[in-house]
Design a protein around this ligand. Structure first.
Ligand code: M6R
Length: 608
C-alpha cells in the first residue's frame, strides 16, 4: 500500500521525508515523490522505481530547500507506475500539492466535470482529481476547500496537502485509510504508518474518519468536516520498529487477514454504481458478452482455487460453461479454443511464469483474454487484452489471504455483469446479490473477531500428522484453499476431497483422532455432506464443521462448529475461508514456524 510522510519544522524537510519514506519501503511501492515549499513555490520531484532514484535525483534531499513538505511511495492502482503518475500531484496552477493513499471511486466523473471547466490533467491517477478539485474550491481558506472536497469525493483516502500561500501549515485528512500525526522538538509530522515517525516520537494522534489535522511547527489542531475544532489525546506507541511495520500485528499474514474487509470494499465499491455492476475497464459490450460461448479460467495455487469457485459462480449465475485449468497444465495440453472464448488468467503478482505462458498460449490460439491481477503494470496486466485489477494492495506474506479474497470479489462482479448482460438475472435478483456483496466486509470482520476461539482449537492440532478437508460444490473449492493454506505454512500433510469421493479410496486414511474439516455452506447439499461426516466420524475422525448459521442441526454430528453469517450461496467462500485461514495461521504460530516465509516457497513463482 502507498506510504505518506509529511513534515513541518525548523529542519530541511526533504531529507526527513526521504528517511520516513525509507521506513515505509517494506509496504511495497513502485514510485516515489516529494513536494517541498521552497519559499517561493512548491517544488515537486518524483520518479518511478526505487526510492534510491529519488534520493539520487535530489542529492539525498539536499537539493530541495524548504522546511515544509510531503512525501509519498506509490503502489500503482489507477495508471501504471511512472514518473507522471507518481505522487505528489499539483492542482492546475501548481499552488497546491497532494499525496494520497486509498481509492477515489468517483474520480472519472470528477475528472470529466473538471475537464469541461478547462482543467488539464497530467496523469491517469484518481488522486489528481482531488488536487484539481481542491484548486477549484480553494478561495484562500484551506479548511473550507478541504471540507468541500470531502463532500464531493467518494471512496477511501488519506491525504497530505500543502498550499503555497499557507507556507506554515501542513493539512491532512482521512476516510477509511489510516493516517497519524505526531510532534517532537524537530517539528510536526504526518504519516500513514507508525514506523515513518517512530524515531521522532512515540506519542501519536490517530486521525479518525473525516477528521482534518492542521500542523504547524509547534501545534496540531483537529477539525471535523464542518471546520469545528475537536479535542484529541495522543496515544503512546510501545511497539518496536519490527512490530510497527506490521501495524502492531505479529505477522504480515495476520495483518493481511485483518485487511480483508478493506480489500473487499476497495475491489467492490468502485464497481457498484447506482445499484448496478459497472466494470469500466472490461470494455466488453453486452452483445460481446452475450456471444461468449465458453470461459476458461487459468491460474496457479490459490488463484486456481479462486478460479474453481469462479466456475460455480459463472455457470450458476450467467449460465456460461467454464473450464478451470492449472496454468502449468493448460500451456502444454493443447487446449481447444473455439470462437468467442474468453480466457481469464488470475494472478496476484501478475508475474507467475506458468500463468504468463498460459496467457500467451491462449492469445496465440485466438482467445480473448482477461487478467484478474493485483499488481498494476505487471506482465500479465500488460499482455492480457483486458485487465481487471483487484485492489488488495501489496501482499507480503507468502501465503495469500487478502489477494485471494479480492480475486473472489472480482469474479462475483464479473459473473453478475455477465448474467445481467445475458438476460439471466432480473433487476430484483441483481439488487439482492449486490446487497449481499456489500454485507461481506462487515461479515468478514465479524469472523475475524472470533480468532481466539479458533486459536484455542488450532492449538490442539499442532502435532497432527494429516488433516482432511471435505466439501461439495463451492465447498470443495473452499476446502482446496483451506488445505493449501494449512500445508504451506504448518507443514502438516493435508488434502482436500470432494466429500462424495472419500469412499473411493481416501477414507482408508482416517484413523482415531484424524481431523476432518467439513465445509457445509450449500443448503441443497447439507444432507449429503452430513452423511459423509457421519462416515468419517464412525471411523474415528474428529470433525470441525464450517457451516451457515442456520444449520444448527450439524451440532448433532460434528465435534466443533464454526458458523458463518447468512449470504448468497455463491458468496459463501468469502466467509468460510476466514476461519480456515485463521486455523492455519494459528497452527503455524503454535508450532513456532516462520509464518510469513514458509520453507521452500517464494511469493512470486517466476520460473517454470
Ligand atoms: O501471484 P499468483 O497469484 O499468480 O501466484 C499463484 C500462486 O503461486 C499462489 O497463489 C500461491 O499458491 C500462494 N502462496 C498460496 O498461498
Amino acid at each position: 500500500m502507498c506510504g505518506i510522510v509529511g513534515y513541518i519544522g525548523k529542519k530541511q524537510a526533504a531529507p526527513i521525508l526521504l528517511d520516513g519514506l525509507a521506513k515505509l519501503e517494506y509496504r511495497g511501492y513502485d514510485s516515489a515523490g516529494m513536494a517541498v515549499y521552497d519559499g517561493a513555490k512548491i517544488q515537486v520531484q518524483k520518479a518511478a522505481g526505487r526510492l534510491k532514484v529519488l534520493d539520487e535525483q535530489t542529492h539525498n534531499g539536499k537539493a530541495m530547500p524548504g522546511t515544509i513538505g510531503i512525501g509519498h511511495t506509490r503502489w500503482a492502482t489507477h495508471g501504471a507506475p511512472s514518473d507522471t503518475n507518481a505522487h505528489p500531484h499539483y492542482n492546475q496552477d501548481e499552488t497546491i500539492a497532494v499525496v494520497h493513499n486509498g481509492i477515489i471511486e468517483n474520480y472519472l466523473k470528477l475528472r470529466k466535470k473538471l475537464e469541461k471547466k478547462g482543467f488539464e490533467f497530467r496523469s491517469e491517477t484518481d488522486t489528481e482529481a482531488v488536487a484539481m478539485l481542491l484548486g477549484y474550491y480553494y478561495k484562500g481558506d484551506p479548511l473550507e476547500a478541504i471540507g468541500k472536497v470531502m463532500h464531493r469525493v467518494e471512496g477511501s483516502y488519506a491525504l497530505g496537502i500543502i498550499f503555497a500561500d499557507h507556507p506554515d501549515e501542513v493539512y491532512s485528512v482521512r476516510k477509511d485509510s489510516p493516517l497519524i500525526v505526531g510532534q517532537s522538538e524537530e517539528g510536526s509530522f504526518i504519516a500513514s504508518d507508525v514506523p515513518a515517525i517512530l524515531k521522532y516520537t512515540r506519542d501519536v494522534y490517530f486521525i479518525q474518519n473525516e477528521e482534518i489535522a492542521v500542523l504547524t511547527e509547534n501545534t496540531i489542531t483537529f477539525y471535523n468536516i464542518d471546520g469545528e475544532e475537536i479535542p484529541k489525546e495522543p496515544k503512546r506507541i510501545e511497539w518496536d520498529i519490527n512490530a510497527a511495520e506490521k501495524g502492531g500485528y505479529e505477522h504480515f499474514m495476520l495483518k493481511e487477514m485483518n485487511e480483508q474487509p478493506k480489500t473487499v470494499s476497495d475491489t467492490l465499491n468502485p464497481r457498484i454504481k447506482d445499484g448496478r455492476v459497472v466494470i469500466e475497464e472490461l470494455g466488453m459490450s453486452d452483445e460481446e458478452i452475450r456471444n461468449l460461448r465458453k470461459i476458461h479460467i487459468v491460474a496457479c495455487g490459490s488463484a486456481y482455487h479462486a478460479g474453481i469457485t469462479g466456475k460455480y459462480v459463472f455457470e450458476g449465475l450467467a449460465r456460461i460453461p467454464v473450464e478451470v485449468d492449472l496454468a502449468s497444465e493448460f500451456r502444454y495440453r493443447d487446449p481447444i479454443i473455439e470462437e468467442n472464448t474468453l480466457v481469464i488468467i488470475i494472478s496476484q503478482s501478475g508475474e507467475t511464469a506458468d500463468s504468463l505462458a498460459a496467457l500467451r498460449e491462449a492469445k496465440e490460439l485466438g482467445a480473448q483474454t482477461l487478467g484478474i491481477v493485483n499488481v498494476v503494470g505487471s506482465s500479465i496486466a500488460r499482455e492480457a487484452d483486458r485487465v481487471m485489477y483487484t485492489w488488495a494492495g501489496p501482499e507480503i506474506a507468502v501465503a495469500t489471504t487478502k489477494a485471494y479474497s479480492a480475486q473472489l470479489i472480482a469474479e462475483y462482479l464479473l459473473a453478475i455483469k455477465f448474467a445481467s448482460a445475458r438476460g439471466k438475472l432480473s433487476d430484483e435478483a441483481c439488487a439482492l446479490l449486490i446487497k449481499d456483496l456489500k454485507a461481506i466486509p462487515a461479515q468478514i470482520q465479524m469472523l475475524l473477531a472470533n480468532k481466539e476461539d479458533i486459536q484455542r482449537f488450532a492449538n490442539r492440532y499442532l502435532a497432527a500428522r494429516d488433516v482432511f478437508f471435505i466439501g461439495r460444490g463451492i465447498d470443495h473449492a473452499i476446502s482446496l484453499e483451506g488445505s493449501l493454506k494449512l500445508k504451506e505454512i504448518s507443514y502438516i500433510h493435508s488434502e482436500a476431497y470432494a466429500a462424495g469421493e472419500l469412499k473411493h479410496g481416501t477414507i482408508s486414511l482416517i484413523e482415531e483422532g484424524t481431523l476432518v474439516t467439513a465445509v457445509i455452506t450449500q443448503e441443497n447439499l447439507y444432507k449429503k455432506v452430513i452423511s459423509n461426516v457421519v462416515e468419517v466420524r464412525t471411523r474415528g475422525a474428529f470433525v470441525m464443521a464450517v457451516t451457515n448459521e442456520d444449520n444448527t442441526e450439524i451440532e448433532k454430528t460434528a465435534d466443533y462448529v464454526v458458523y458463518i453469517p447468512k449470504t448468497n450461496r455463491y458468496f459463501t467462500n468469502s466467509l468460510a475461508i476466514i476461519p480456515l485461514q485463521l486455523f492455519s495461521y494459528y497452527v503455524s504460530v503454535g508450532k513456532g514456524l516462520d509464518v510469513d516465509k514458509p520453507r521452500n516457497l517464494a511469493k512470486s513463482v517466476t520460473v517454470e
